[in-house]
Write a protein that binds this ligand. Structure first.
Ligand code: ZN
Length: 107
């Protein structure tokens, strides 16, 4: 994945990348899976799942409740090697991420 691929997003210097496990877990959370579902699926312990979620939230600078919204606004974050800027987008954000565009269509 190349930085130049990012569409509409200003290329900020402080972008982050999730490690191998973190995007899988966040994606499963997006699909409604709980820690209890994720642990046996990935064959890791509950505490390992929680540690990965906590680390992903710290990197993304969001709470555990916000991580699903975050991944909708930063679709590149779940791609392998995808870079993202920490934090949620504001309600008036003009970017082209699916969630932001969706919100504008509704509004
Ligand atoms: Zn946005």
């Amino acid at each position: 994945m190349n930085l130049a691929v990012a569409t509409g997003e200003p290329s900020l210097p402080n972008t982050r990348t999730f490690t191998r496990r973190e995007p899988n877990i966040v994606e499963m959370m997006c699909l409604g899976s709980s820690t209890k579902d994720i642990a046996p699926e990935l064959e890791i312990s509950f505490s390992a799942v929680n540690a990965n979620i906590a680390r992903a939230c710290t990197k993304a600078k969001v709470t555990r409740k916000q991580i699903v919204m975050f991944s909708l606004q930063h679709s590149a974050a779940l791609e392998k090697g995808g870079r993202f800027s920490p934090g949620l987008h504001d309600p008036e954000c003009p970017c082209n991420e699916p969630h932001c565009k969706g919100m504008r269509r509704v509004a």
